[in-house]
Ligand binder design. Structure first.
Ligand SMILES: NC(=O)c1ccc[n+]([C@@H]2O[C@H](COP(=O)([O-])OP(=O)(O)OC[C@H]3O[C@@H](n4cnc5c(N)ncnc54)[C@H](OP(=O)(O)O)[C@@H]3O)[C@@H](O)[C@H]2O)c1
Length: 384
């Protein structure tokens, strides 16, 4: 019998993994560590996330299959709840994914993960602790093909505080917890769902759509961006969590050479999905030329209101990532027998068919670009 605490069940990837797992209807016990005031409130938060993948009735039914432990993973080492003792695996997805939150992001992602690792030492039956990092810890100076073992690297040139915190977490886990059965999975860039499109989340999809509307790229159309869908990431993480033997302790969960997306292919996919606009002519611009992007953005979206101002800033930040031309090697994953991911051009039409306005999709992602407000921590004492 497997018993698995999951952090981040109310987030995009956590919801996708939970849906994938519960849909299989096996005997695994899932224990979701959720920030909430009561078990029922936590269950409703999980059900709300699951309902992005299925109808509301099924979501409620599936949410009834999990145990809810209200709490904050960053204080897990203080939580002696016995329900966290007899576990076999941990899937740690929770993170503060805001890009510019510096101190709070570091406290949550680095310090919080170490707190969970300390708690894991008191789990005698633990077989695997799957920590989910991010492939973007390679920073801005990485080679075009990024290999797992090259990072974290102390000289990596990070573009945002979020990746600093994720890199430091991996370093500290390796240094301080060699006794734990930790495996690190690093997804690349998660966009949409291969069959549900934008319905579960439009996170980052708005950037790709904005690039299309702006008809501007900060890079050559031949350059690559490593994008994978949430459902494939979920199935792969589930496999990495439960596969009895793994050859490595570190995996990219990425498109790799065969599955990453060339911008040129993405442009063709937009043309195929929306032929009314004919062939799309893109201009290449220099990211250092701030006025070029601003002027074009104002023409296409307008710059009235703070939401559009923040969207311009976020677009510029994402374009900096897009221009890096990175592909994250996935040979290890394929060698373990995992399926190759679909590339975004293969499911772009599905994403567009289920999309609303770009600005609304950006508004859904707004939390990533806001300076975080202080967290109000819930008490760790648990009522069953
Ligand atoms: N999405 C991507 O493109 C991508 C790419 C590479 C790696 N990753 C990694 O994948 C993981 C999941 O990403 P995601 O996109 O699913 O993130 P997300 O949608 O932003 O969800 C974050 C999750 O973490 C939870 N959380 C944050 N702080 C917490 C705390 N102190 N205690 C308990 N729960 C807390 C959130 O709970 P609340 O609902 O209570 O806020 C939410 O469930 C992260 O580790 C991220 O770094 C994501």
């Amino acid at each position: 019998m497997q018993r698995i605490p999951l952090t981040g069940a109310t987030g995009l990837i956590g919801g996708a993994v939970l849906h994938h797992a519960l849909d299989r209807d096996d005997a695994t016990e899932w224990v979701c560590l959720v920030r909430c005031g009561s078990v029922e409130q936590g269950r409703q938060r999980v059900a709300a996330r699951l309902s992005r993948f299925t109808d509301p009735f099924t979501a409620q039914r599936l949410a009834r299959k999990v145990e809810i432990v209200p709490g904050d993973f960053t204080r897990a080492d203080l939580d002696m709840d016995p329900r966290l003792d007899g576990v076999t695996h941990i899937l740690h997805l929770a993170a503060d994914t805001s890009w510019w939150g510096d101190e709070r992001v570091y406290r949550t992602n680095h310090d919080g993960t170490l707190a969970l690792a300390r708690r894991a030492r008191a789990m005698p039956g633990l077989e695997r602790f799957l920590h989910v990092g991010t492939a973007m810890i390679c920073g801005a100076d990485a080679p075009h093909i990024v290999e797992e073992d090259a990072y974290p690297h102390p000289d990596a040139k990070h573009l945002v505080a979020y990746t600093v915190s994720k890199a430091a977490t991996e370093t500290s886990l390796a240094e301080s917890f060699p006794d734990l059965p930790i495996v690190v999975a690093r997804p690349s860039i998660v966009v949409g769902h291969s069959t549900l499109g934008a319905a579960p989340s439009s996170s980052i999809l708005w950037v790709v759509r904005a690039a299309d509307r702006l008809r501007m790229l900060p890079c050559d159309p031949d350059s690559a961006v490593d994008i994978v869908p949430a459902d494939w990431v979920a199935a792969t993480l589930y496999g990495l969590l439960l596969k009895p033997e793994l050859k490595h302790r570190l995996y990219h969960v990425s498109g790799g050479a065969a599955g990453s997306t060339r911008w040129g292919d993405l442009i063709r996919a937009f043309e195929a999905a929306d032929p009314s606009d004919g062939d799309r002519a893109f201009t290449r611009f220099d990211l250092a030329d701030r006025a070029a992007l601003r002027t074009r953005f104002a023409e296409v979206f307008g710059l009235d209101g703070s939401l559009k101002q923040v969207m311009l800033r976020a677009t510029r930040a994402y374009f900096a990532f897009c221009a890096l031309d990175l592909t994250f090697a996935n040979d290890r994953l394929l060698d373990e027998g995992f399926a190759q991911s679909p590339s975004l051009p293969m499911y772009l039409a599905t994403c567009l068919a289920s999309s609303g306005e770009i600005l609304d999709q950006f508004a859904d992602d707004l939390e990533m670009f806001a300076t975080p407000a202080p967290i109000v921590c819930q008490p760790l004492t648990v009522s069953a």
